[in-house]
Design a protein around this ligand. Structure first.
Ligand code: ZN
Length: 140
């Protein structure tokens, strides 16, 4: 049994302080997440890997109170489902990242609050591996 990332190339793996892996255009400097092979603004294909800040500000959010359609959703369903927050976190003034939030209580979330990247368990796969995904949690 092992820990596995939900997908390759989304966040730095086996790092003490994980970071999301985005890309930055060498021509116009736009930052994207996830990583892209060509620039959505100017069309350049000179997109270099760019690690995103681990902290940012909550830009918009809501709560997911029932399981999303599966696939692509791969988390727990039925009685095992637990509501979670979803939102956009603005990182470094560079990019807004659509993300799961660790907090599902609307009373504990506020636009503009400081958030930090964490890795959380998502589910156990058929081989018994713990699959890990990224989320943002409020900074205490
Ligand atoms: Zn560009």
């Amino acid at each position: 049994m092992a820990h596995l990332p939900v997908a390759e190339g989304v966040f730095t793996w086996q790092a003490d302080e994980p970071q999301l892996i985005g890309s930055r255009c060498a021509a116009c400097a736009i930052v994207t997440f996830p990583r892209q092979g060509s620039c959505p603004r100017c069309g350049s294909t000179e997109m270099g890997e760019h690690l995103l800040d681990r902290r940012g500000r909550l830009w918009a959010w809501t709560t997911q109170d029932y399981p999303p359609p599966s696939p692509p959703y791969a988390g727990p369903n039925g009685n095992e489902f637990a509501p979670f927050g979803i939102g956009y976190v603005e990182l470094g003034g560079e990019v807004k990242v659509e993300t799961r939030l660790t907090e599902a209580n609307p009373e504990a979330l506020a636009t503009g609050m400081e958030m930090e990247l964490v890795l959380i368990p998502l589910h156990t796969d058929d081989d018994g591996n713990d699959v890990v995904t990224f989320a943002f949690q409020p900074v205490a």
